[in-house]
Design a protein around this ligand. Sequence first.
Ligand SMILES: Nc1ncnc2c1ncn2[C@@H]1O[C@H](COP(=O)(O)OP(=O)(O)OP(=O)(O)O)[C@@H](O)[C@H]1O
Ligand SMILES: [Mg+2]
Length: 251
Amino acid sequence: MDDTNKRNMNVTGVKGAKAAGPESEPLIRLEGISKGFEYDSSPIQILKDASLSIQQGESIAVVGESGIGKSTLLHILGTLDKPDSGQFFFRGKNVFDMEKTRLASFRNTTIGFVFQFHYLLAEFTSLENVMMPGLIAGMPKNRIKPEAEAILVRVGLKERLSHRVNDLSGGEQQRVALARALVLKPRILLADEPTGNLDIRNSIQVHDFLMQLNEEMQMTMVVVTHNMKLARCMQRCMTIQDGKLVDMDNK
Ligand SMILES: Nc1ncnc2c1ncn2[C@@H]1O[C@H](COP(=O)(O)OP(=O)(O)OP(=O)(O)O)[C@@H](O)[C@H]1O
Ligand SMILES: [Mg+2]
């Protein structure tokens, strides 16, 4: 299937995306989301009444200029930040109605997050960093360790398992962050510039890996990227215009 066909296919016909009947609830539904910040005592409005529905297994690229609100959107989708107004439904349930500890556990087990700035634990090894979400979720060490090793091998870091993160290159750190986001096989992957620090060879590797995960596991993904090659491989490509999410017709 060429890129044009992939882009034009309806969600229900896309390989990797679950068929959605007319009354079936999307995996994620954002409704009328607004978010602003205060800067030097003046308000700046970033998202304005933005809405978005995401089906299970869908892959979405979010592209566009610096400062339009891509990371802001991702933080809201990741439940790391609350919108000023609007609703966020996960399988029809209002996420922000969840009690704090339930929300934290939902976030840890359902969402894998690759941040623009990776926030790895610098003094710990790659393996320890990738094991961390499992340990936080209460998994025994001997169960999470082989999972963490396997995912590090898949992102091409077989030889760097016991390196301290501080001693890794920027691109290697970014791949550790990706492995950490994926180790619990989350239903949703939110990635903010996952190939931003990578050379062409490594960015192709990461990019192929994301596509495989989308196909194999029906992993739903929203990826913020400036890499148009990566964006073109996603089923939908969106941007933010006047604070609203819009589909891009011509990628
Ligand atoms: N905590 C904050 N306080 C004040 N302003 C903020 C805050 N977070 C974000 N902003 C502002 O909101 C706007 C959108 O930021 P955001 O990080 O979402 O942009 P972006 O599209 O991800 O940009 P980039 O491509 O550079 O990463 C920016 O102008 C930013 O300065
Ligand atoms: Mg950003």
